[in-house]
Write a protein that binds this ligand. Structure first.
Ligand SMILES: [Fe+2]
Ligand SMILES: [Fe+2]
Length: 250
């Protein structure tokens, strides 16, 4: 088990190369990847995944947006995107998996699959529009975690003004797995993230939400109603739910 993603990078030379490429492309991409990796670990543990699966979640969290290194840098700050931009955006999960395999040939197939599926939602994601039931359980974890981290981050076209509570509520309305949202909320509130201040303040120019720091609840803070649990949220979808999600062939 690695202590954190930096530790994993130091041990695996291929991953180090990938990390360097992401950091060279954009500092924000590198930071987003590290935060996603470490939070994905906390969430996967809470969902009862095996130690091996937790490590796969860490790697997939780190690599999920590797495909962005092929984007023109202007795309980071561009808003709104035109149809040509969207063509590029929509294939970054596939491009990322292909590039990751090229740079780190020994990577688990599960990690590559999660990279490919990290923007899939329950039928309305991309690139393939897969149903939730067709996604790898770790894809559902990384998709939710990376979205939470992204919403915490400031963008040139979107200053971060949402409270953590509002972000969790938004996520709960957007087709993510209910059990994962619940585990994410608990991970953020818990001691899993030892240095919460460091975790959140390393998100660029994060303005602490008034009264929001450290107060998480899916109730209140918004006039929207959280999504009700759906059939895909049934117990058993994750290891902690009573059925082994399995450690698919790596
Ligand atoms: Fe992405
Ligand atoms: Fe991402």
């Amino acid at each position: 088990m690695y202590l954190n993603i930096i530790n994993a990078l130091l041990v695996q030379r291929d991953l180090w190369t990938v990390g360097v490429l992401m950091r060279e492309w954009h500092e924000d991409l590198f930071r987003h990847s590290i935060l996603t990796a470490d939070l994905a670990v906390s969430v996967a543990r809470r969902l009862g995944f095996s130690d091996i699966d937790v490590e796969l979640a860490r790697l997939a969290g780190f690599l999920h947006d590797f495909g962005k290194v092929t984007w023109p840098k202007e795309l980071v700050a561009k808003h709104p995107l035109d149809s040509e931009d969207w063509q590029i955006v929509k294939v970054h999960p596939i491009v990322g998996a292909r590039l990751a395999k090229e740079k780190a040939p020994n990577l688990s197939l599960v990690v590559l699959r999660v990279v490919e599926e990290h923007h899939e939602r329950d039928g309305d994601g991309y690139p393939r529009g897969l149903q939730a039931s067709d996604l790898h359980p770790l894809s559902r974890v990384v998709a939710c975690v990376e979205c939470f981290v992204a919403l915490l981050e400031e963008r040139p076209y979107r200053p971060c003004r949402l409270t953590y509570e509002q972000i969790l509520r938004q996520i709960s309305l957007n087709g993510f797995d209910w059990a994962v949202v619940d585990a994410l909320q608990k991970a953020i509130m818990s001691e899993d993230i030892k240095d919460k201040n460091n975790f959140f303040t390393c998100v660029k120019d994060q303005t602490p939400p008034p009264g929001g720091q450290g107060q998480f609840s899916l109730s209140g803070g918004s006039d929207q109603t959280p999504r009700q649990p759906s059939p895909q949220d049934q117990p058993g979808a994750f290891p902690g739910g009573g059925v082994t999600a399995g450690t698919p062939a790596s």
